[in-house]
Design a protein. Sequence first.
Length: 148
Amino acid sequence: MTISTLLAFTAKIEGAYEMMCHPILEEFGLSKTSFDILMFLSEHPDRFTAKEISATKNIRANVISLHVDKLVHSGYLMRQSVDTDRRKVRLVCTEQAQPILDRGRALHQKFFPALIEGLSKEELACFMHCFQVVESNAALLQNNQQEG
């Protein structure tokens, strides 16, 4: 496998996911990045700052800030101070965001099974193991680049 084949593979998965997200984005007037921020906060309540979203999703902090501002203005997010560290701001999905999150969760429950359709249990186990190894290696490469 070449690097261009790998990148094309990940682009196809991302493209398929974006196509499945499109009806939700249209219905609620959201960008994909704003939707991703809401879903991330919903799925990772322990990682609630813009900095954590930026690091995990590999989206520049200024882009995150722009989308957070729009989401707050639209009533989908609230900012809360963190008692233990007043420099941090907790981002919390509001009740108004729940229909988006419900649709997003339903999409997530359909998307991965659709991707792995046709794989046996053994093939899926092997795929998941390989995926975890590649993900760990990518994190190491990224950390080494940031340090060096």
